[in-house]
Design a protein around this ligand. Structure first.
Ligand code: SER
Length: 616
């Protein structure tokens, strides 16, 4: 027999009292004063040893079947601990413990008291629970309150693009991407939602989703799921969940391959880039000529020959084939920078031209929604889609230009026929459908940018808590990757090899290279500046000699002298100045000699014979 600890305590205390022989009861005046009426409380006696019994209990200090039993001065059990049991049918199973010290744990609290308290979430665990029905799966609690009836959820019964949603033929079941997303989301709700899917549409045409949404406000349906785009008109009537797929409007048009033109070699650079490049060839040629002209015989000669040298030198650097030697340090510096620039420009040109000639270029007369609006050609749209209203109301396209298309095959035929044979110039539809459409048709392509940002969601009446809970569930699906897995299951198609080919040639623009040209320009200016400084310094030396010898000092004469100085070979200038310096030195010597002999003549008498002077 199992004896509880409290029972055991009571027995102990009674034993103590009996041992003392003091069990007595007496009337209590307070009970008589209560006048319990029919309860006859005045007939009750109270136990006289009650206080003694209480004291005895509080003094207990023993180890019972569940551990230590001891009370604190307040009468509370020290280190209370509880077993957490899982009741399974008629039996029980301990799945852990709870104590004030350690919280939930699978380790007995007695063991934990000897360790430092640990309330971390990893330690707060229990063994698995077996739930009624012998299952380890947590019950979801309450059921969505709809007065016991199933939610009537409408599903558009599509006739095209059935990968998104369609009724399984011969059954009342539905299948498709949207259905799988809905099922996965509703399974994540913390409660069960009994529902019934009801087909909407005649099964011959694609139904209008706007009409379907309207029926929710009319109370015909409790919700609608499927490829329902979240657009302003509809959000005014119902609440949508978070979008579970992105799907904006795009333009699809037939595209043709472009044959590379005879002038393809000009395409890598823009006109501006070509002009600046040519200009820099000439600038660098001129700068190197200035820097070399006075030192290098390759850059000298008659003016016509020099002009040809400048052009030939600079343009041959494009192929690193220049023959002229650069002698001056500054000239070599400028040429080094320029050859680096040429290297970059050259390799960019080669890479771009290769891609232009090898990557297939495709083109279409329709380049996007703008050119479609401005043309007068018919435009196709999906039957039942909001695209029609958008084209008419938002983009102002006349209704007479719009052609309703049902099946993907109708899209293809209308696009192939083109506007001149009763077809359409382009189709405007949501990207989700178009990606499926294009997966098997390489002769068409999305042209221009997606021009609306939409998504698909599930529709619920206004303020429905289900819309909020399903939104959370959709976000969970998106975060755990399930949404992508469902997408890949239904909508993954091998893309057409033409997709991703370019409609526009990417030409290299000046903005990618201006840094290079700036660097080269700065190098040229710097070299020119140093060169001019050197020339001016030399000229001031040379000029002083020239002026001294010629005696000309007017400004125009100086300028003329400077220009002819700048044109002269440095070697010649140097040797001439040297010669002149020598001449001047000898002249000075001669003058000095003449002067001293004159002085001697003056100082010695004319009749004095040399002999006499020698003697002197
Ligand atoms: N997705 C389209 C719409 O919402 C067609 O069903 O109108």
């Amino acid at each position: 027999m199992l004896m509880t600890q409290y029972g055991y305590l009571l027995m102990q205390s009674m034993h103590f009292l009996i041992k003392g022989g003091n069990i007595s009861f007496s009337n209590d005046s307070r009970l008589a004063a209560l006048r319990g009426g029919s309860l006859h409380l005045d007939a009750l006696n109270i136990f006289n040893g009650g206080n003694l019994l209480r004291q005895n209990i509080l003094q207990v200090n023993m180890t019972g079947v569940t551990g230590k039993v001891k009370f604190n001065p307040d009468g509370n059990l020290i280190h209370p601990a509880y077993d957490i049991i899982n009741v399974i049918g008629n039996g029980i199973r301990r799945i852990g413990y709870w104590s004030n010290y350690s919280g939930l744990s699978v380790v007995p609290p007695e063991t934990l008291y000897s360790r430092p308290p640990n309330r971390s979430s990893s330690s707060q665990k229990l063994h698995g629970v077996i739930w009624p029905g012998q299952t380890a799966q947590k019950p979801r609690g309450w059921v969505y309150p709809e007065n016991g009836r199933h939610l009537r959820i409408a599903v558009p019964s599509r006739v095209s693009y059935c990968e998104f949603v369609s009724q399984v033929p011969g059954t009342d079941k539905f299948a498709g991407y949207c259905i799988d997303v809905f099922t996965a989301a509703i399974n994540l709700l913390p409660y069960a939602v009994p529902y019934k899917l009801i087909p909407y549409g005649d099964g011959v045409n694609n139904p209008s989703c706007t009409e379907l949404v309207r029926l929710i406000t009319a109370g015909v349906y409790d919700a609608a799921i499927g490829d329902i785009a979240i657009i302003t008109n509809r959000t005014k009537m119902v609440d949508f969940t978070q979008p579970y797929i992105e799907s904006g409007l795009v333009v699809v048009a037939p595209v043709k391959k472009r044959n590379s033109s005879a002038w393809a070699f000009l395409q890598p650079f823009t006109g501006q880039m070509w002009s600046v490049t040519a200009l820099f060839f000439i600038i660098v040629g001129a700068v190197v000529w200035i820097l070399e002209h006075r030192l290098n015989d390759d850059f000298r000669g008659p003016p016509r020959r020099q002009l040809i040298t400048i052009l030939w030198f600079s343009f041959s650097t494009w192929f690193f084939a220049h023959r002229e030697n650069t002698i001056s340090t500054l000239g070599r510096f400028v040429l080094f920078i320029w050859l680096f620039v040429v290297l970059i420009i050259n390799s960019s040109y080669t890479a771009s031209l290769t891609s232009i000639l090898t990557v297939q270029q495709i083109f279409s007369p329709i380049e996007g929604i703008e050119s479609l609006i401005s043309s007068k050609d018919p435009i196709g749209y999906q039957q039942g889609s909001f695209a029609r209203d958008y084209l008419v109301n938002e983009l102002g396209i006349h209704e007479s230009r719009l052609v309703s298309l049902k099946m993907p095959e109708d899209y293809a035929k209308a696009l192939k026929d083109g506007p001149h044979r009763g077809g359409v110039a382009a189709v405007v539809d949501e990207r989700a459908y178009i990606e499926l459409f294009l997966s098997a048709r390489c002769e068409f392509s999305i042209v221009g940018q997606q021009f609306t940002k939409n998504g698909w969601g599930f529709a619920f009446p206004r303020d429905s808590p289900l819309a909020v809970d399903l939104s959370t569930a959709i976000l969970k699906l998106s975060e755990n990757g399930d949404l992508q897995r469902i997408h890949d299951k239904w909508l993954m198609r091998s893309a057409c090899s033409l997709q991703g080919t370019k409609l526009e040639v990417d030409r290299l623009d000046l903005k990618s290279f201006w840094g290079l040209y700036l660097m080269c320009g700065i190098a040229c200016l710097f070299a020119l500046f140093i060169n001019v400084l050197q020339m001016v310094r030399q000229f001031s030396q040379y000029n002083s000699l020239e002026v001294a010898s010629s005696g000309r000092s007017s400004t125009s004469a100086r300028l003329q002298t400077f220009l002819s100085f700048a044109d002269e070979k440095e070697q010649e200038v140097k040797s001439r100045s040297k010669r002149r310096r020598l001449e001047m030195a000898s002249y000075r010597n001669e003058t000095m000699d003449g002067y001293s002999s004159k002085r001697q003549d003056i100082e010695s008498p004319p009749d004095e014979s040399p002999h006499a002077s020698n003697e002197a």
